[in-house]
Design a protein around this ligand. Structure first.
Ligand code: UTP
Length: 289
């Protein structure tokens, strides 16, 4: 079956980015001039996804508004003949019924957020994108994974090698180093301390999952941090299915952290020739101070 639907869990509290995220969703933080959630939605749409499912929570209204018409603004831009800007904001508005919103009433963990989308996903494979992992690549990362899914017909998680000291911040695979970007998963552990980590292959925010995951999430078993973890649910699924790790092609910016977010802004701004011309001398100058 084709992967047509993508789930965007956006109900987290974003505590690592306080105070910015007190009243504003983390996913609306902007890298240069676009919110993180827009990068992720564009990645999914350009990979052939046709249904976008947001799992939202309190104070996430801005995300819904971002992907909707804003008549007063559109009329003003039209009156001022700002046609390029008008096109840019109108292209964000999807055909009615292709963006679907559901709500996670309590932030009980990523696994729980994904489970909240079970009735909308139904009985088909689906993608999950975490907008705070921003991936710059020639071919969209989730599109790379869909290609692999079409070949393997099995669940796939996106992975990256991390510093051994950092394993306690990630879901970690028990698997051999990837060959041709792929590795078969023997086991998964959420946030292991470095000495207990079975590898340095960390799961990052892109998944292709099969619907069997929902019956495992249904059990609402809690794991690391008292949260319902998707990593634990996938570890349970291993008894029934093969799972693969896929080493994406590209660069990932961890925009859920303040430093990763600044790196993303510098990198994306330097990609814009107009900004690069002014930014580079500025960066050089402040580095000498
Ligand atoms: P994070 O682990 O980054 O958690 O979630 P968070 O709450 O957003 O941020 P911190 O750790 O407190 O700073 C990864 C993704 O899962 C979503 C988040 O919105 C983010 O996209 N999530 C997490 C939920 O939707 N619900 C949850 O209960 C937890």
């Amino acid at each position: 079956m084709k992967v047509r639907k993508a789930v965007f869990p956006v109900a987290g509290l974003g505590t690592r980015f306080l105070p910015a995220t007190k009243a504003m969703p983390k996913e609306m933080l902007t890298v240069v001039d676009k919110p993180l959630i827009q990068y992720a939605v564009e990645e999914a749409l350009s990979s052939g996804i046709t249904e976008i499912i947001f799992v939202t929570g309190r104070s996430k209204q801005a995300i819904e508004d971002h992907f909707d018409h804003f008549c007063e603004l559109e009329q003003t831009l039209m009156a001022r003949s700002k046609n390029a800007l008008l096109r840019e904001i109108n292209h964000l508005v999807p055909e009615s019924g292709t963006f679907i919103y559901t709500r996670q009433n309590e932030p009980l963990g990523l696994g729980h957020a994904i489970w909240c989308a079970r009735h909308i996903v139904g009985n088909e494979p689906f993608a999950v994108l975490l907008a705070d992992d921003l991936i710059k690549s020639d071919k969209p990362a989730i599109g790379q994974m869909i290609e692999q899914f079409n070949r393997l017909n099995a669940s796939i998680v996106c992975v990256e090698e991390v510093d051994r000291k950092a394993t306690a911040s990630y879901g970690i695979l028990d698997a051999d180093p990837p060959k041709d970007r792929l590795t078969k998963i023997r086991g998964l552990v959420e946030k292991p301390e470095p000495d207990a980590a079975p590898s340095n292959l960390a799961i990052i925010g892109r998944y292709i999952l099969t619907p069997e995951i929902f019956s495992i999430l249904e059990r609402k078993e809690t794991g690391a941090g008292g949260e319902i973890q998707i990593t634990d649910a996938m570890a349970n699924l291993l008894g029934q299915q093969s799972l693969y790790g896929y080493r994406y092609e590209g660069i990932r910016y961890d925009c859920g952290t303040k430093v990763g977010f600044q790196m993303a802004n510098i990198s994306y701004a330097l990609d814009r020739p107009d900004m690069r011309a002014r930014l580079l001398p500025f960066i050089e100058q402040i580095c000498q101070q």
